[in-house]
Design a protein around this ligand. Structure first.
Ligand code: WTA
Length: 639
């Protein structure tokens, strides 16, 4: 483990620094104290078993995630406290207290048992943002089934890939969900996916919309029908701390999404603690994280973080600007939201509509704001701070990833708020030893761009990649041997503050959603007209990055507006609407190295208008000119 040199490199000395130093000096004691705030059926024998790069946290300890999120609160005064204040896009509302949640989770756990789900089985969930989504997750956790949630914006083939990889036995879905006034036909998409998923024995369908949908006799069951005969209580299974709580698929640098596996004990301890440190949650707060539960932010900071802390959360089903651009501000006012956690993309999108919309509402209940998912630009930061937060509310810019389980770098108001700098996530949280290194893995000089690394394990870290420990070692632990490599550029300024500077690999953040360039290329290539494809991100004023694709066509196919439309539609079908390319350029050749590898550096440079640099290994420099020409043509079109 590296040395603790924060003092020399950090100017702000306050409670944070003291707390941070203590957390690193005796890491095991520190995490052991944090962990004892949860309910364990059996205490651990060992805080950490570190067999690099595999970590086991709280070894020998036994617990249950649903017990820690619901049972524990119904045993005390929070029994009738609101756990979830839900609002549907059409305007319907529901409030679920901890007692309600407890009842529903128990009943649905009984449903899963009756369908033959056992501890260790996988359950897939493909649902809109309704309370039954967290209920399904907690019910699976109660009986020790590992769940995998698939974002409801993903296509049938993306869903099928994830079900096949996880070999889920049961799929939980709905007859639809509302998005910008339209109904997403989840059941039909699921049916399409299931044509090719032999592991699925049963499908449970929640009635959200009330429309006619196909139901397959013997395989498909209505949620409400099954719940009628459900038991009122199901004993929570006492699980090992290292029991996999969930698998969440995320994009990497190959076409195949990675199944990130999170543990029960380590993960729960980490999200419980970070929910407190960063969001400073108190019992009278109304906390709202606007993420979709289909992504990690929703798993950690809508479901497990808030519920282990007994917090009241707002959950909203639909689009931020539906039916009008003040929908979010209306919700903040209606429920008196005190803590708001969202993405820079959402802020930029809402900012474009103008101040008039937030000004229509009383936002004075807000006391803390947060962002996640991508770097925040100063203009968006200031708008969020002044217009939404009324100049009163600190902004916690939280850096983390699907793999890290919870927030690693962020201001921590509950520990001691350091002076904020717009665009900087400030400092690592307690127990997190972060640094910025150069190509060789040596600490980068202050002010110089390098790679972010994490130098010791932490409880929230992924255990492995599902069924692929080799890939886990290779992706995260081989770039700089022995230390965790997240794949982000970063820089520390002269005061030691961390600035996160975007991905250093082939991963895009489009509207905060994580996508692999190769996944999009594979989708394009699966179209019969496409020979080759190269995808890059171009900075976008609202979405952070926009997807730019260059394609070469097979013989007999010609570029046309129709083909452009068809290819965009094709990518939507293969991955989902979030992966739709903004621009598609037809070229006769892609820039390649002599060995035939596409020069992504060149594609990216051309797409972003940056300098191209050394092209001596290019097979045919003319194609660079071609890619440049394509960009020029487009720029002309836009003018
Ligand atoms: C990026 C989302 C700058 C980063 C929780 C990371 C950020 C990737 C920030 C993970 C931030 C996340 N500032 N960049 N505050 N937060 N990122 O797995 O590139 O969807 O590696 O997890 O988002 O994306 P993921």
């Amino acid at each position: 483990m590296g040395s603790i040199d924060v003092e020399a490199r950090i100017i702000p000395t306050n409670k944070y620094l003291e707390f941070y130093k203590r957390s690193l000096e005796d890491g095991e004691k520190f995490w052991s104290e944090v962990a004892s705030e949860l309910v364990w059926f059996r205490t651990w024998d060992k805080v950490l078993e570190w067999d690099p790069p595999f970590a086991k946290w709280f070894v020998g300890g036994r617990l249950n995630a649903s017990y820690n999120t619901v049972d524990r609160h119904v045993k005390g005064w929070r029994k009738n406290k609101a756990a979830i204040i839900w609002e549907g896009e059409p305007g319907d509302r529901r409030v679920l207290t901890y007692a309600d949640l407890y009842r529903e989770v128990n009943k649905f756990a009984s449903v899963l048992l009756k369908l033959g789900v056992k501890t260790g089985d996988r359950v897939a969930i493909y649902m809109p943002m309704v309370p039954e989504l967290p209920i399904a997750m907690l019910a699976a956790a109660r009986i020790g089934a590992t769940f995998t949630v698939v974002f409801s914006g993903f296509s049938s083939s993306a869903l099928a890939d994830r079900i096949r990889d996880s070999e889920a036995k049961v799929l939980i879905t709905a007859d639809g969900g509302y998005r910008r006034g339209r109904v997403i036909q989840l059941k039909e998409i699921a049916d399409e996916a299931l044509k090719n998923c032999p592991s699925i024995e049963h499908v449970v369908v929640y009635r959200r919309v009330g429309r006619e949908i196909p139901m397959k006799e013997g395989r498909d069951h209505w949620w409400h029908e099954l719940m009628k005969d459900a038991e009122r209580y199901v004993e929570p299974v006492s699980l090992e701390s290292t029991h996999p709580l969930y698998i969440l698929y995320t994009s990497g640098t190959t076409g195949k999404p990675k199944g990130v596996v999170h543990s029960t004990g380590g993960y729960l301890v980490y999200v419980y603690a970070t929910q407190r440190w960063v969001f400073d949650v108190r019992d009278d707060d109304v906390y709202w994280c606007t993420a979709d539960i289909g992504w990690v932010t929703g798993h950690s900071y809508i479901v497990f973080g808030p519920l282990t802390n007994g917090v009241t959360s707002v959950m909203y089903e639909g689009a931020p600007d539906y039916p009008a651009p003040d929908r979010w501000w209306e919700i903040v006012e209606r429920y008196g939201v005190t803590i708001l956690y969202t993405t820079p993309t959402a802020i930029r999108a809402l900012m474009k509509f103008g101040e008039e919309y937030p000004r229509r509402h009383d936002l004075s209940t807000l006391r803390l704001l947060g962002t996640v998912g991508e770097p925040i630009n100063p203009a968006a930061w200031h708008w969020y701070y002044n217009v939404i937060g009324g100049g009163r509310c600190p902004i916690v810019d939280t850096w983390w990833q699907t793999e890290t389980g919870g927030i690693l770098i962020s201001p921590a108001p509950n520990i001691g708020l350091v002076p904020l700098k717009p665009g900087s996530a400030t400092f690592p949280l307690p127990g997190i030893e972060a640094d910025v290194v150069d190509e060789q893995g040596k600490p980068a000089k202050l002010g110089e761009k390098g790679y972010l690394v994490i130098k010791r394990p932490w409880p929230g870290m992924l255990m492995t990649l599902y069924k692929d420990p080799e890939r886990y070692k290779q992706v995260y632990w081989s770039r700089f041997p022995g230390i965790y490599y997240p794949g982000d550029y970063a820089m520390r300024d002269k005061d030691g503050y961390f600035w996160l500077l975007g991905r250093a690999d082939e991963v895009l953040k489009v509207a905060g959603h994580r996508l692999g360039t190769i996944e999009i290329e594979d989708a394009l290539i699966s179209h019969p007209a496409v020979a080759e494809a190269a995808v890059a991100g171009r900075p976008d004023p609202v979405k952070g990055e926009a997807i730019i694709a260059f394609v070469t066509l097979k013989q007999g196919h010609k570029p046309s507006e129709e083909l452009t439309k068809e290819l965009r539609e094709h990518v939507r079908r293969v991955i989902g609407p979030i992966a739709t390319p903004e621009e598609i350029h037809f070229v006769s050749m892609l820039p390649k190295t002599r060995s035939g590898k596409i020069m992504r550096r060149v594609i990216k440079a051309v797409a972003t208008g940056a300098e191209i640099g050394d092209v001596t290994t290019l097979e045919d420099e003319a194609s660079v000119e071609e890619v440049k020409e394509a960009i020029k043509t487009l720029t002309r079109k836009q003018q």
